[in-house]
Design a binder for this molecule. Structure first.
Ligand SMILES: Nc1ncnc2c1ncn2[C@@H]1O[C@H](COP(=O)(O)OP(=O)(O)OP(=O)(O)O)[C@@H](O)[C@H]1O
Length: 273
């Protein structure tokens, strides 16, 4: 893998939040076996917002599932906060890793408050009023009002669903937050607002983030580093501008196509001033 960053020695010595080494992910067996990742390595340092990009079907979402401890590596290791991701399972998981699913994945039969409170309530360690108060604080953090707490998911806009899902992912103050296509389905204004919210929360809570995105505006708005998945592994990491010039067909098409040039225009303009 090419690492284009100039990482200071002290940062590279610190224990990463995520350390993936020699990962192989294979679905199916025998003649049906299908290998998504082969000898894939990646580290995510504390405080980063790492964007995972790659063509369709390259295994970005599967890699998030590995970080959540939901899949068994066929080979290699996935370590999160110093422990094998597979050990997280069960009730401890939400306090270590939060996950924002692409379509929110709210429980349709629960109102907003109960969706946000879910993991904390399941844990069963706090009295009901404290769980409620914690959920209301999280709703406020994502820009929602107490009166939204009793609404049902079916009555929310796409932007509100994302906000509720974000509040739910953050209910246990996890040090690591995974975001799968955080701005998919939002209009350009909604996407900009959501990026701003994610950045504010990142700065305020010092949460390390890993996001999968196809959207270059989202990538340039948020990512401190990019990792490109191709040929079953991470082929290059670096800042968005560093990676944009890496000689690989996917990278060229992704960053230097029409959409890419538009998204990079503010970056280029910033460089010239
Ligand atoms: N549980 C599973 N069983 C079998 N194959 C799976 C499973 N989950 C994912 N795959 C396969 O693994 C490959 C990678 O899937 P993944 O969803 O990670 O792709 P992706 O990079 O996120 O793609 P996209 O950008 O299109 O969302 C796909 O070919 C998918 O069909």
């Amino acid at each position: 893998m090419a690492d284009l960053s100039n990482v200071p020695a002290a940062a590279s010595r610190a224990e990463p939040v995520v350390r993936i080494e020699g990962l192989q992910t294979t679905f199916g067996k025998g003649a049906e076996a299908y290998t998504v990742h082969q000898d894939l390595s990646l580290t995510v340092q504390r405080g980063e917002i790492l964007a995972l990009v790659g063509g369709s079907g390259t295994g970005k979402t599967v890699l998030l599932r590995q970080m959540l401890g939901l899949l068994h590596p066929a080979r290699g290791s996935v370590t999160v906060l110093g422990r094998p991701a597979l050990e997280m399972g069960g009730q401890g998981a939400a306090s270590r890793v939060g996950m924002l699913f692409q379509h929110g994945a709210l429980f349709s039969a629960f109102n907003v408050l109960d969706n946000v409170a879910f993991a904390l309530r399941e844990q069963g360690t706090l009295p009901a009023e404290l769980v409620r108060d914690a959920a209301l604080v999280k709703l406020q953090m994502v820009g929602l009002k107490p009166e939204h707490a009793t609404r049902m998911p079916a009555d929310l806009s796409g932007g509100m669903i994302k906000r509720v899902a974000l509040a739910r992912a953050l209910i246990m103050d996890p040090p690591l937050l995974l975001l799968d296509e955080p701005t998919a389905g939002l209009d350009p204004n909604g996407a900009d607002e959501f990026c701003e919210l994610v950045r504010e929360l990142h700065d305020a809570l010092e949460t390390t983030m890993v996001m999968v995105t196809h959207d270059l505006d989202t990538l340039f708005a948020l990512a401190t580093r990019v990792a490109v998945l191709a040929d079953r592994k991470v082929i290059v990491t670096g800042t968005p501008t560093e990676v944009a010039h890496f000689p690989h067909p996917f990278v060229k098409q992704f960053f230097l196509g029409e959409r890419g040039r538009r998204a990079m225009a503010p970056v280029q303009a910033g460089k010239e001033t």
